[in-house]
Design a protein around this ligand. Structure first.
Ligand code: C2E
Ligand code: SIN
Ligand code: SIN
Ligand code: FE
Ligand code: FE
Length: 514
């Protein structure tokens, strides 16, 4: 899940939006100024919020307060305090060290217009500059309100920017995800991150339901993922879990898809152009969702839709590839009268042996899906040889051995990875670790690892199966054969892994009997 790392760095800023009061820091070494300022602004309420006054009597004290409080909207800042430029250092400190570009700063001084002050005003985004005599009650009021307003605008812009960044980042993450489970998990986490700000954690309840292959899709929606209050509802019809009146939001028109925002919930239903539909329901959201949040969710969901379609398409492709591989194999098995589940077992046994060998999951998947192709070359073997009911003579055997190369020739120039790997497996599955195999007499690690793995499980399963030329041997015999061929036919490490975990292999044999 590390693809979904979502941002929490903006929480500090967002807290400020939700604060009950405008925080105003008065920095001045004269007690008198504090008193006068508070008196002048005593009854001010702007956008329903009162002012909370915070006092600092020196530059040093102001820095301490600012370092600990990110929610201050405005600083009324005296210039001359413990030093001639104490206020200017505070301004510099706010912008450069705290990197706080939100808080508004109004400088107040007895002697305006000196050179260092101009430089500070230009470089440190000082909003206003007043000589102390200028700051009458009315002017102070105007200045303070204007500062709060621009502070609020800055916060809103920042909030939107942070949200946008998180949406863009998470969308690009979504595109790299290939499985539905991680996709949905990531989606919910992402939505949670859009809403969970500051100290107000949101406990979301969410579910995802899917349906496919029926006329009235919304009727057969089944819960596939559930969180929060809906935990445990997986597999149930969604209308046993959600209020039935939500059903009116479901439209079976593919083009008619939108997010429905209710009191504290989001409802989203989508009928795909294929035979699928999906429903996402999330509740437990803040009731006071703002337009910006909605914009972000809309933007996010557009990207989610594209990513979701990609995943479906990808799944469809994979399913198709797999099915073709099995059908090809089965056609062959029918011709050679090999019965039952040989190919399924080879797929499963190869998968397990590859896992035990320590291969990464992508490789494991590849060998699982490709290994059923190992004998595809037998398709070109004459029937009187392929189905000969006894021991092959030399001429027949020469023909039979060509199936490895023939399988390779059939598949190698495919652009599909599964078929390419299938080609490698077909070519090498009769090579031996000791170099006495065919078609190329390769030895040891010169043999493709996939071929080495399939070789072992193929022989094991062939021994245990009935063939036109031989009966099925019992498991003890087959295990003994594998053991005796350690370092001869098979790579020693593979034999060890196989025998050390034989219970797990035998379980697969039982799961797919002939
Ligand atoms: P297959 O039947 O799928 O067998 C795959 C591999 O399992 C064989 O590769 C061999 O290594 C092993 N195997 C199967 N049965 C036995 C057995 O009774 N004893 C031993 N020691 N190993 C066994 P191999 O030998 O390269 O054969 C490749 C394919 O050639 C076989 O695939 C089968 O289709 C055919 N074949 C092999 N021997 C005969 C035979 O005597 N008569 C006929 N009609 N076909 C044979
Ligand atoms: C299948 O596609 O039939 C199942 C695939 C598998 O389990 O390998
Ligand atoms: C192998 O398939 O590598 C071993 C089979 C054999 O020739 O005994
Ligand atoms: Fe073979
Ligand atoms: Fe086989």
């Amino acid at each position: 899940m590390d693809a979904f790392v979502f941002s929490t760095e903006e929480t500090v800023l967002n807290e400020a939006v939700k604060n009950e009061k405008w925080q105003l820091l008065i920095v001045d070494d004269e007690e008198e100024v504090h008193a006068v300022t508070k008196l002048a602004l005593r009854d001010v309420i702007y956008q329903g919020k009162e002012i909370e006054f915070i006092s600092a009597y020196s530059g040093v004290q102001a820095k301490e307060i600012l370092a600990e409080n990110n929610n201050i909207a405005l600083v009324l800042l005296d210039v001359v305090m413990e030093t001639d430029d104490a206020g200017l250092t505070v301004a510099r400190y706010i912008r450069e060290e705290l990197k706080n570009s939100m808080v508004r700063i109004v400088l107040r001084t007895g002697q305006p217009g000196q050179a260092p002050e101009r430089e500070v005003i230009i470089n440190y985004d000082i909003n206003d500059y007043k000589s102390k005599t200028e700051l009458t009650a009315q002017r102070l009021f105007t200045t303070v309100i204007a500062s709060f307003r621009s502070y609020q605008d800055l916060i809103a812009i920042e909030h939107n920017r942070a949200g946008l960044e998180s949406v863009i980042e998470s969308s690009s993450n979504l595109f790299s995800i290939r499985s539905m489970d991680t996709f949905i998990d990531g989606l919910l986490r992402q939505i949670t991150s859009v809403f969970c700000r500051g100290n107000n954690p949101v406990n979301l309840n969410s579910l995802v339901a899917e349906a496919h292959g029926v006329d009235k899709f919304e009727r057969s929606l089944k819960v596939v993922v559930a969180q929060g209050d809906y935990i445990g509802s997986e597999g149930r019809s969604v209308w046993e879990v959600l209020p039935p009146e939500l059903r009116k939001h479901c439209s079976n028109e593919t083009q008619d898809q939108k997010i429905v925002y209710g009191e504290g919930y989001i409802f989203y239903y989508r009928k795909n152009t294929g035979n699928r539909s999906a429903l996402v329901f999330i509740s437990g959201l803040p009731v006071d969702m703002c337009d910006q949040d909605r914009n972000l969710i809309e933007l996010f969901s557009t990207n989610v839709q594209i990513a979701y379609d990609n995943i479906l398409l990808n799944q469809e492709l994979e399913d198709t590839q797999r099915e073709i591989v099995y059908r090809l194999g089965h056609a062959l098995e029918t011709r050679s009268r090999e019965t039952g589940n040989h190919l399924k077992r080879v797929a499963e046994l190869s998968e397990l042996l590859a896992i035990l060998y320590g291969l990464p999951s992508e490789q494991v998947k590849l060998i699982k899906f490709s290994s059923p192709l190992h004998d595809v070359g037998k398709i070109s073997i004459r029937d009187d040889v392929l189905n000969y009911p006894g021991k092959l003579d030399q001429a027949q055997w020469e023909i039979m051995m060509t199936h490895a190369q023939q399988g390779y020739d059939l598949l190698y120039d495919s652009p599909r990875e599964i078929l390419q790997v299938g080609a490698r497996i077909a070519l090498t599955h009769h090579e031996r670790w000791d170099g006495k195999g065919y078609p190329n007499g390769l030895a040891g690690e010169a043999i493709d690892l996939f071929g080495r793995i399939v070789s072992l499980v193929d022989v094991f399963d062939a021994l245990h199966s009935r063939r036109c030329y031989k009966p099925a041997y019992d498991l003890d015999y087959c295990l003994t054969h594998i053991k005796e061929n350690r370092g001869k036919a098979f790579e020693p490490k593979l034999v060890d892994l196989f025998l050390d975990n034989k219970e797990r292999f035998l379980k697969i044999m039982k799961r797919f009997p002939d």
